[in-house]
Design a protein around this ligand. Structure first.
Ligand code: AMP
Length: 210
């Protein structure tokens, strides 16, 4: 199954992607994680993306489209994949269509802006594998250490409050129109994501099985 996870930054896409990944045994492809890894290893693409990312702006379409086109050719995508954080604009969605990628389901995780702001300021992520945590709601077993890979948990630069607000504005202007795009194709399921993680997970699994 080919799945897209939509939702504002901090809506919980990464957490639900991990759930679906385990449930269906298909890989998660997060453009944000791929760009952060490129930045860490100092590739040309990473350096190009850095200023956009740090300011909470979207990286140009052609850069992320190139990343996705290459990644989807990997063998591990043969039985399906989860796209987390792509597409984020209508031209990105159109590029997927042009590549001949057929999307089966689009799950949109809805969370009010004020909840997002509180969540992101408390978010921590594993610097090695990208798994998200929260200082109050989603603590790791050992403070500051990733449950999966023992990497260190850090706060992302773009999770600072002004950047979060800028990211939300961009989300509403550029990404939210994708709900209509996939709604018109009958592929969209909206999941409430503001309550407990377990509740959102139950709704996500239901949406997959519908
Ligand atoms: P994320 O981890 O998904 O929140 O992504 C972090 C940052 O990476 C975003 O704020 C953008 O700067 C960049 N990014 C990730 N995915 C995309 C995308 N599909 N289109 C444009 N920029 C992206």
């Amino acid at each position: 199954m080919n799945i897209i996870l939509l939702g504002a930054p901090g809506a919980g896409k990464g957490t639900q992607a991990a759930v679906i990944c385990e449930h269906l045994n298909i890989p998660t492809i997060s453009t944000g994680n791929i760009i952060r890894e490129a930045l860490r290893t100092g590739t040309e693409m990473g350096l190009k993306a850095k200023s956009y990312m740090d300011e909470g702006k979207l990286v140009p379409d052609e850069v992320v489209i190139g990343i996705i086109e290459e990644r989807l050719q990997n063998d591990d995508c043969k039985n399906g994949f989860i796209l987390d954080g792509f597409p984020r604009t209508i031209p990105q969605a159109e590029a997927l269509d042009k590549m001949g990628v057929v999307i089966d389901k689009v799950i949109d995780i809805e969370v009010p802006d004020e909840v997002i702001v509180t969540r992101l300021s408390g978010r921590r992520v594993c610097e090695k594998c990208g798994r998200p945590y929260h200082i109050v709601d989603l603590k790791p077993r050992v403070e500051g250490v990733c449950d999966d890979c023992t990497g260190a948990l850090i706060q992302r630069k773009d999770d600072h409050i002004d950047t979060v607000k800028a990211r939300l504005e961009i989300y509403h202007a550029e990404t939210e129109p994708l709900k209509d795009y996939y709604g018109a194709q009958g592929k969209l399921t909206i999941v409430e994501g503001q309550d407990k993680v377990e509740d959102t997970t139950a709704l996500t699994i239901k949406a997959l099985e519908a």
